[in-house]
Design a protein around this ligand. Structure first.
Ligand code: BGC
Length: 740
């Protein structure tokens, strides 16, 4: 009886639901989830008025601006594009979230998020699964706040160690960058929200970024910066791509037909949409015909180019309505493909413990041990420890600019920025407290390092001195030089003179020079290690965690070894940012990237330069060996296998790296072709196999628009960094050509 009653009740409840779904299906056929995203998008576009289509292709800030209030409906963030409620199209709530959900100017009062380690730290893990988990965690935090678009997926190559945003980027290598960024993007989008690959392309420095014309041979760009983007797109399938501020070979990125229409949309068959960077649009017809699909943060442009002027251009026939339909279809297609349309985000609690675990895992795996004369790991009975400098009593440094996160737990310390127009933010993870917890039997004292003589006295009386030094980097500005700022080199030298057992912990946004290297006992590169960074540093000092990070960038001995010893333009000039309505930009100047694809370790190898620390390098408390390199060739598919052994006495992770070079004719330069991150018990060995992407054997032929494998003998090497091959083999490959 009860069963029958229940069944009747169910029928009563379900019948109207079925009716309404059927009604919906007739009214909104795009709600049929069985249809492909592009078909669903096309159905919506077919019902849209011209005004509705136009409303989708431009958006403003999601925050107050001048006398303008925050747009109605905006949560409060970098950007907001209203939806089309009549058709069920949700708004795009866009937030920066490269390293955690940002809260610009504290617009969402009291809203703090997990401050993840810098992308440089994430890249140093060489751990693709961790990149995916980082993206998933940040995406979950964004979704829980109601955000639907993450302006995260920064895949620029690190071309210049001075670059102000290098901490937001992954590496100097296209394969490492593309795979790490692609995995992070896939993680973000697993939350049924949109991620944004940025800044497309060649935004390799911050100085004068809005007036810089990056001149580069197009084929070289395809083999370097563009290859990183291409791999990230294949791996992560980002819903959107953000075009950059700078020009590329004479045309602004956001109106660059070669970049947007030919490379991205035609050669790579990219189905998503191109949104502009904030203040990076300079025209209407040119931009739209070149492939720009959406203008962002339009208050920062000199005019609302994709607003009224686009309506006029369509009315006048200068932009075909079919192109406007394509723009709208791409944006809507991204909403369907990601799942956003079917499940728009709603405020929800955040699993902060899960985020913390990932932040800690990245810091643990991403810290790189650069030098160690045997002082590390410190014994449990470490005696007196002197901890010095860089606010190590309070927290760890983070990078500045649009990716800045208001950290959960509150800002641990601030400092005025060197130019006095901002503030350094320290995330709440005190290395001092973590060291005290890690070494309960030690006597740990702290000195802020401002008085060198006093710090040296503390060090002299300690068994070991741990000196923290930092380099603040930020969007809109590059490092003026690669020295540690202020008098920190002198501080390290004074501490090391007082105590030869000095360990240096670097919190930097990229490579720095180390004039004191020969006088210290150990060096740890912690990057900006996020809000669990202090714990991870202490665990590595004690050996509770084995250091397994490996450098994703080359550290030069001095800037004279670089392709460009300083950024282009004048880093001392006031940063030139987006100018806003009615503003005007300065004169464009050419930055000649004559080194082409020879970025980072490739440049060092080709020029016979010895770096301070090579790409791929990092020490462990264990030691590893390699043997039996074998390369199988089948057509242009290469598979390299090697046996890796943990020859040490503790469990540790090895990261053997495979490189290729050579081939017929000019050949290809030294290129990272793959790697494995392998956890090994003491004495354990495993066979690691790497499949090599055929594009890494090829040069790009721009005239023929394809990858050309010259064939011949390629050298395949394996080692633990780019500069020291342990084993080498030769692979004979037939010539072949691959589509772009
Ligand atoms: C940055 C982007 C960022 C955007 C929105 C721009 O200045 O270059 O990376 O996503 O602002 O904040």
């Amino acid at each position: 009886m009860i069963v029958r009653l229940c069944a009747a009740l169910r029928r009563l409840l379900i019948a109207p639901m079925l009716l309404s779904t059927a009604a919906h299906a007739a009214d909104r056929p795009w709600e049929n989830r069985a249809l492909p995203a592009s078909v669903r998008a096309g159905l919506v576009v077919g019902r849209m008025t011209l005004a509705e289509k136009l409303s989708l292709v431009h958006g403003g800030l999601g925050a107050p601006w001048g006398h303008e209030a925050k747009p109605p409906g905006a949560i409060g963030s970098a950007g907001y594009v209203p939806g089309v409620a009549r058709l069920g199209v949700p708004p795009l709530q866009e937030t920066d979230a490269e390293l955690g959900v940002a809260n610009p100017g504290g617009i969402r009062r009291g809203d703090a998020a997990t401050a993840m380690p810098a992308d440089l730290a994430l890249a140093s893990t060489w751990d693709l699964d961790l990149a995916r988990r980082q993206g998933a965690a940040v995406g979950a935090e964004a979704r829980a706040r109601g955000f639907s678009v993450l302006l995260g997926g920064a895949s620029n190559l690190i071309r210049d160690p001075h670059g102000g945003r290098n901490f937001e980027y992954f590496s100097e290598d296209p394969l490492l960058t593309g795979l790490m960024a692609g995995n992070a993007i896939a993680g973000v989008q697993s939350n049924r929200i949109l991620a944004t690959l940025k800044h497309f392309a060649l935004n390799a420095q911050e100085t004068d970024r809005v007036v810089l014309d990056a001149r580069i041979d197009p084929a070289a760009a395809r083999e370097s910066d563009l290859l990183a983007f291409e791999i990230a797109i294949e791996t992560g399938r980002p819903a959107s791509v953000m075009c950059a501020y700078n020009q590329v070979d004479g045309a602004y990125s956001c109106e660059n037909a070669w970049l947007l229409d030919r490379v991205l949309k035609r050669d790579w068959r990219y189905p998503g949409f191109v949104m502009s960077d904030w203040g990076a649009v300079h025209s209407t017809v040119r931009s739209v015909l070149a492939g720009l699909d959406q203008e962002s943060g339009e208050q920062l442009d000199t005019a609302n180019f994709l607003g009224a002027p686009l309506a006029q251009a369509v009315a006048a026939g200068a932009v075909p309505e079919a192109r406007l339909d394509d723009m709208a279809r791409r944006i809507l297609g991204a909403m369907f493909a990601s799942g956003l349309y079917d499940a728009p985000p709603r405020p929800a609690p955040v699993d902060v413990a899960a985020s913390d675990r990932i932040a800690l895992a990245i810091a643990r795996e991403g810290i790189v041990l650069l030098a160690n004369d045997g002082v590390l790991p410190l014994p449990a009975d470490a005696g007196r420890l002197a901890v010095i400098g860089a606010h190590a009593d309070r927290g760890v440094l983070s990078g500045g600019g649009s990716s800045q996160v208001v950290p959960r737990g509150g800002v641990a310390a601030t400092e005025p920025s060197p130019d006095g127009d901002g503030a350094l933010v320290f995330d709440p993870s005190s290395p001092l407290q973590a060291i005290r917890r890690q070494f309960p039997r030690a006597r740990v004292a702290y000195d802020d390092g401002r008085d060198r003589a006093r710090a040296a006295r503390l060090a002299a009386g300690a068994a070991t001195a741990i000196v923290f030094v930092d380099q603040w980097m930020t969007e809109t500005r590059d490092a003026r030089d690669l020295a540690l700022p202020g008098a920190q080199d002198e501080l390290v030298a004074a501490v090391a003179a007082a105590n030869p057992r000095t360990i240096v912990v670097l919190e930097t946004g990229g490579p720095v020079l180390m004039p004191w290297l020969g006088r210290v006992a150990a060096v740890l590169e912690a990057w900006y290690p996020g809000q669990k960074g202090g714990e991870a540093i202490a665990e590595i000092l004690s050996g509770a965690v084995d250091p397994s990070g490996r450098l994703p960038v080359t550290f030069p001995v001095d800037a004279g070894q670089l392709a460009h010893p300083a950024p282009f333009g004048d880093p001392k000039a006031a940063p030139l940012g987006p100018v806003g309505r009615g503003g005007h930009y300065g004169a464009i100047f050419a930055a000649d990237y004559g080194e082409g694809a020879m970025v980072g370790y490739k440049w060092f190898a080709a020029n016979g330069e010895r770096p301070l620390f090579p790409f791929g390098f990092g020490l462990s408390y264990a030691s590893f060996s390699l043997r039996d390199l074998a390369v199988e060739v089948s057509g242009n598919d290469l598979r390299a296998s090697v046996t890796v052994r943990n020859a040490g006495s503790r469990a540790a992770a090895a990261i053997p790296q495979v490189y290729v070079s050579g081939g017929a004719g000019a050949g290809v330069p030294l290129r990272l072709a793959g790697w494995r991150r392998i956890a090994l018990q003491p004495g354990e060995e495993r066979r690691a196999t790497v499949s090599i992407d055929p594009r890494l054997l090829a040069r790009f032929d721009e005239a023929a628009d394809l990858w050309a494998i010259a064939g011949g003998a390629y050298r395949v090497t394996v080692g633990f960094d780019a500069a020291h091959p342990d084993l080498a083999a030769v692979a004979n490959v037939e010539p072949s050509r691959l589509p772009p």
